[in-house]
Design a protein around this ligand. Structure first.
Ligand code: SF4
Length: 453
């Protein structure tokens, strides 16, 4: 049996793809190893969404050169977005690299590795019109016994001016709903309680046939009926495709958790237009208002970028205003970086790095205070917590998540992973909540006022 080591960079889609890579190779006599120095095959599943992520790939490849010179039989391969974007150029740039495989070539990996090994030939396969096949998720390769990610679509048609995804993942392609439902049914039968539906823009699932979000709502309704499944989440949503009917699902579907990740990217209309985002600040605010009217407990997280080409100090101030107004539960924030061949890489008026750093620090300080205040606002309430395991940081503590996706740590002597337990929240911190299974003496059991039941 041969050993494979996989390093993964990037988003949840890449994590799921790495599970698939492990799954595909295990059917061909490979087993996973945590130790690269023991591996016969090292694969890096890469991300190119930001410059920093891409730099990590090159730095890891540099470090692997030593292993390759010690073990010439070692095969090193790169997959994912950097591989898709660079193709043959990556082989030219990194002489000790053997294999480059595109985002649609995971199923063919065993054959590709075999070809490299037997013929001693370095190769790149990155055709974007290669047919996609999805293998259902398997228990042995999932990081959690009770949570699973299910890819429902691949690619994106939106061409936001800063983004390479449409170039490296190709056009949108949706999995048939019956395949997805069958996979989720199987997961529930294996004890999975929570499923995260994945896609670059899940709101346009099934388009153009299921345009207007109907196909995605049909899918959610179908999954809602699956016995044993307790929680359903999805990511990522695009504000322009978030229809009133989909908003109404929060509160109507009991398994759909009260959390949405809705990237806004910038607070100024001029910047949003140059980004080609397809919505205005007012439209974004309306969506948030409708979500909160429909489901007051809903947690809203988002992505934002600072220093997009031409972003003026006044534009940036509008981004800060929007954050103050919405008070997100959490934010993923980034400095803009040129990503070829995304259109914005050719835009004039680049914001100096120093200024981008300053803006990012100011924005992150603002959000840090808001997240802490939101966590502190949960003190004294009860939360339904899905138990995920023992806490990594503090011994004797268990850890789980609320339906709003907040991490809760609490002491307990005897518990089981996969149970949902009510936890009394004693303290809110910057990144998590601390609680206990019984309330402090004198405090009665109060039901949390969640609109969604
Ligand atoms: S919606 Fe925009 S940012 Fe998101 S993946 Fe598509 S092009 Fe990229």
């Amino acid at each position: 049996m041969k050993q494979v080591h996989i390093s993964t960079f990037g988003c949840q889609m890449n994590d799921r793809d790495s599970e698939l890579i492990a799954q595909v190779l295990s059917a061909h006599d490979y087993r996973l190893t945590e130790r690269p120095e023991e591996a016969d095959l090292i694969l890096i599943n890469t991300c190119s969404i930001r410059q920093k992520a891409e730099e990590k790939t090159y730095s890891l490849l540099g470090r692997l050169k030593r292993l390759k010179s010690r073990n010439p039989g070692l095969i090193i391969g790169v997959g994912g977005c950097v591989a898709q974007q660079e193709g043959d150029r990556l082989l030219e740039r990194v002489p000790h690299l053997d294999l480059v495989f595109g985002t649609r070539w995971i199923n063919e990996l065993p054959d590709l590795v075999q070809t490299v090994r037997q013929r001693g030939r370095r190769m790149a396969e990155v055709a974007l019109d290669h047919p996609l096949r999805y293998l259902p998720s398997e228990k042995a390769f999932r990081p959690s016994p009770i949570k699973a990610s299910v890819t429902i679509m691949h690619g994106c048609n939106n061409y936001c001016a800063y983004c390479v995804v449409p170039y490296v993942r190709g056009p949108e392609w949706s999995r048939p709903p019956e395949d997805i439902a069958a996979e989720v049914r199987r997961l529930a039968a294996q004890g999975v309680k929570e499923v995260l539906l994945l896609g670059q823009n899940v709101n346009s699932y099934g388009a153009p046939k299921g345009a207007g979000g109907r196909a995605f709502i049909d899918l959610l309704e179908q999954l809602e009926t699956i016995a044993g499944l307790e929680r359903l989440r999805f990511t990522t949503s695009h504000p322009k495709d978030l229809s009133p009917d989909l908003i109404a699902c929060f509160g109507r579907l009991s398994k759909l958790c009260e959390h949405i990740h809705l990237p806004f990217q910038a607070g100024a209309d001029t910047v949003l237009a140059r980004m080609n985002r397809g919505y205005t600040r007012a439209m974004y605010m309306e969506r948030i208002q409708a979500l909160r009217e429909n489901c007051p407990e809903i947690a809203v997280t988002s992505d934002v970028m600072v220093g997009f080409p031409g972003e003026s100090p006044a534009d940036f101030e509008q981004t800060l205003d929007l954050i103050r107004e919405i008070r997100f539960d959490d934010l993923f924030s980034f400095r803009y970086s040129d990503r070829h061949p995304a259109r914005a890489s050719g835009f004039p008026d680049k914001v100096p790095e120093e200024e981008k750093r300053r803006r990012l620090a100011e924005l992150q300080a603002l959000q840090k205070g808001i997240t802490l205040a939101r966590h502190q606002a949960r003190e004294g309430t009860w939360e339904q917590v899905l138990v995920e395991g023992t806490s990594k940081k503090s011994g004797g503590q268990w850890s789980g998540r609320t339906r709003t996706n907040r991490i809760v740590n609490f002491p307990a002597t005897h518990l089981e992973v996969g149970l949902t337990v009510p936890v009394f929240i004693e303290k809110g911190y910057a990144h998590s909540l601390k609680g206990r299974l019984s309330p402090p003496s004198g405090e009665g059991r109060q039901e949390d006022s969640c609109c969604c039941g």
